[in-house]
Structures are given as structure tokens and as C-alpha cells.
Design a protein around this ligand. Structure first.
Ligand code: LLP
Length: 419
């Protein structure tokens, strides 16, 4: 059961709190999260892997609120980061550096230095050039850098092109083909400034079919076994994130099926397994609340013009992503097609297109579902719209995670040389 649900009167709730009250209190557009849901999903993910030697690093790019990091950290989660900024966030939230994995194709020297100085648990390197930089910085600092190689297994994850990372044509990972990854692994194993931490793979995000995971994991295992057969140490296999969620329905991600697949492939193989789930933990546990400004009758459909826009949730515009949109109070019968659009001056500014929606009144509150992942973290201030505020409900109480900035604050870091 999801923690965001409707009560018997049909009203949308987070645990026992009506989300309409939160919209009253904090204003809209507003992101609201279930902290209990985040914790429960994190544990469901871990439980599905019971019996294996695992470390779970929450991919905070999905939702990096300090409060959420602190909550997950307290539940035992480590973190998967992709920038020095994310490292600072984790440390500020109390996740210690040894529980952090640093991913990404473009780490700067400063970020590498910052991570090594903090005592990062693992850096996932993605190119020979990056390895040279890590090695040089580690020797200069007089330390050994724990480095895993992210490999490219050339597997199509069957997801949206912009969030697919497994194919050879993408910028990610070092190809397993032609022995490239194996030869670089031998190189790092021989480098006194590097401690080989293992291999990593992440083929993409929002995978709803498990077959691509299986193909990628088998490839990874074969490479790891062959390196071990040469006498090299491969302590960890980092299996990435990517488990998809059900944007159309009410179901949880299929943690059990994913866990069964991983168990079938890796049990008793002697590897510690790392995971980097983001969306699967965060998406279902957040809503974007938005209030209706106006209803406008178009040529062949209604426009429901709301106060949330593409700057608050870019996924529909950027990935043609689908998010359920429903009235917060009891949804009545559909009464025809509508686009749910924001105030931003672009035709691409919509939260939902061609939806069979009930009658909606001016002032009515709508909820955009499954907005807990890649929602607030991708906000911008386009059209000089301050970002939505964020609130979390945990154990029956609502807490502000981030207040809405004022326009004065947005302008404060600008200079006007011509004033
Ligand atoms: N590990 C690595 C190396 C990644 O690149 C990603 C996501 C993850 C883990 C977490 O993947 P997840 O479990 O969340 O699928 N903004 C896009 C999604 C971008 C995903 C980028 N990498 C969206 O809104 O769909």
C-alpha cells in the first residue's frame, strides 16, 4: 500500500493528514512527500535483497532534500552522488563519506580532491582520462583512491532515449567489448595510488522490464569472474539503479521480482553487491499540488490552467512523461478531454495532455502523482517563478523541507552593471 492514499470520503491523504490542509498552510504549487513512505520503500528494497551481501546507496539526484537524506541515512542508507554539491549535501545531512559512491562522467579535479579528502567510499570512474586524474590527485595527496570501473555492456534498457545509458552510443562507461574494460581494470590494479574497488554498471532509468537488467548483470558477472580468475581483486559489483515505477497505476515498484532476479544471478558468487536506487524509492512518495487558476474552452478540448508549470515539474515537457493528475477531493466522473497547463509562455508547458478529466472549478486543487523523484530537484526559476516549496509528512506531522524563495531573493544574486 502506498502511503499517499484516499480516505473513505475520497480525499487525498498522506498518512492521516489531508493534503488539502498542507496546500492551505504552505501555498501552491507545493511538493508534499511521505517520509514514512520513503523509509518503507527503502526497507522494501533492502528486504527484497535479504540473504545477499549488499550496500544500498540512495541516488540522491532523484530527490536530494536534506531532510530526506537525513531520514534515509538514519534508516541505514548510503548515497550515490554525482557532484561535489551532492557530496556536501550528504555530509550536511549526516551521511558519512565512507557510505558514499561518486558516479558521473565529468568529475572535476576539485570534486575528486574534495571526495578523496572526505574519505569517499568509492569513486566510479568512466574513462581512462578520468583514471589518470584520480591517480595523480591521490598520489599528490599521498592516499589510495578506492575506484570501481563503470562498464558499458551495450544493452538497451528499453526506456526513454534521454534516460538510457546502457548502449555503446552513449557517453557512459568503459566498453566491455574488445577487452577495453578488462585492460583498464588491470591498469588500476597495478596503480599504487588506486585501490581497485570493483565494477559498476547502470544501463538506464525507469526500466519496467527486467530482461535488460539480466543481460547487463550477466555480462558484468562474466567480466568480474574473468578478472578474478587472473588473480585480481574485485570486491564489489555495483549494480546501479534504474528500477522503474508505475506512473499509471497505484502499484509499488516490483522490488520482489527485482530482488529475485539479482538473487538468482549473484547468490553464492562471493561478491558484495552495491545498488543505487533513486526513482524506485522516491517517485511514489511525492505529489505536486497545484491550484486551478482558470478553465478555458479551446477548439476541441478544455485547458485547465493551473499554478504549477514546467519550471516546477519538467518531466512531461522533457521526456513526454506521464503523471496521473486528479482532483485532491473526491474525483468525480470524467467529463471530457483536457490539457492541464501552467502559466509559462510556451506550448510545451503542460503537466498533462489530452486527459479525460472531471469538471474542475476555478480554485480547485489538483494533485500530480508520482512526483517524488526528479520533480523538485529539476525545478528552475524560468519566467522568474520562485520554485515550489517542499513539505514532508512523517509520523503524522508535517515539516517544511524548503520554503518558497521570494522574488527579491532570486534577484539578490544578480548584478546590474547599468543601473
Ligand atoms: N546510478 C546512476 C549512475 C545514475 O545515472 C542514475 C540515474 C541512478 C543511479 C538512479 O537511477 P534511478 O534508480 O533513479 O532510475 N531525470 C530523469 C532520470 C535521470 C536518471 C539519471 N541517472 C527523469 O526524470 O526520468
Amino acid at each position: 500500500m502506498r502511503h499517499i492514499h484516499r480516505n473513505s470520503a475520497g480525499e487525498l491523504m498522506i498518512s492521516d493528514l489531508p493534503v488539502a490542509l498542507l496546500a492551505e498552510q504552505f501555498g501552491t504549487p507545493l511538493y508534499v512527500y511521505s517520509g514514512d513512505g520513503f523509509a518503507a520503500y527503502y526497507h522494501a528494497f533492502c528486504d527484497a535483497l535479504a540473504g545477499l551481501d549488499t550496500v544500498v546507496h540512495y541516488a540522491l539526484k532523484a530527490n536530494s532534500s536534506l531532510g530526506i537524506l537525513a531520514l534515509l541515512g538514519r534508516e541505514g542508507a548510503g548515497a550515490d552522488i554525482v557532484s561535489g554539491g551532492e557530496l556536501q549535501r550528504c555530509l550536511a545531512a549526516g551521511i558519512t563519506a565512507n557510505k558514499i559512491v561518486f558516479s558521473g562522467v565529468g568529475k572535476s579535479d576539485d570534486e575528486i580532491r574534495q571526495a578523496l579528502a572526505a574519505g569517499i567510499g568509492q569513486i566510479n570512474a568512466e574513462s581512462e582520462a578520468e583514471l589518470r586524474h584520480i591517480s595523480a590527485i591521490a598520489s599528490e595527496m599521498g592516499i589510495t583512491a578506492p575506484v570501481a570501473l563503470r562498464v558499458n555492456v551495450n544493452v538497451d534498457p528499453g526506456s526513454h532515449a534521454k534516460i538510457s545509458t546502457g548502449q555503446r552510443s552513449t557517453k557512459f562507461g568503459i566498453p566491455v567489448a574488445d577487452g577495453e574494460a578488462a585492460s583498464l581494470y588491470r591498469q588500476i590494479a597495478a596503480d599504487p595510488a588506486i585501490r581497485p574497488a570493483g565494477l559498476a554498471v547502470h544501463i538506464g532509468s525507469q526500466l519496467t522490464n527486467l530482461a535488460p537488467f539480466e543481460a547487463a548483470y550477466l555480462e558484468l558477472l562474466e567480466l568480474a569472474d574473468s578478472l578474478r580468475a587472473e588473480g585480481l581483486e574485485v570486491p564489489v559489483l555495483d549494480l546501479g539503479g534504474g528500477l522503474g515505477v508505475d506512473y499509471h497505476g497505484d502499484g509499488q515498484p516490483d522490488f520482489a521480482a527485482y530482488g529475485a532476479l539479482v538473487t538468482r544471478i549473484f547468490s553464492n558468487r562471493g561478491y558484495r553487491l552495491g545498488f543505487e536506487p533513486g526513482r524506485a524509492i522516491a517517485a511514489d512518495n511525492g505529489l505536486l499540488l497545484t491550484r486551478t487558476h482558470y478553465i478555458k474552452q479551446g477548439e476541441d478540448k478544455r485547458f485547465i490552467i493551473v499554478d504549477g508549470a514546467m519550471n516546477d515539474l519538467i518531466r512531461p515537457t522533457l521526456y513526454e512523461a506521464f503523471h496521473r493528475i486528479e482532483p485532491v477531493l473526491r474525483p468525480s466522473k470524467a467529463s471530457g478531454l483536457a490539457d492541464i497547463v501552467g502559466p509559462v509562455c510556451e506550448t510545451g508547458d503542460y503537466l498533462g495532455e489530452g486527459r479525460d478529466m472531471p469538471e474542475i472549478q476555478e480554485g480547485e486543487l489538483l494533485a500530480v502523482f508520482s512526483a517524488g523523484a526528479y520533480g523538485a530537484v529539476m525545478m528552475s526559476t524560468y519566467n522568474t517563478r520562485p520554485e515550489a516549496a517542499e513539505v514532508i509528512v512523517y509520523q503524522g506531522k508535517a515539516h517544511l523541507l524548503r520554503r518558497r524563495r521570494t522574488v527579491e531573493e532570486l534577484l539578490a544574486c544578480e548584478e546590474n552593471p547599468f543601473a
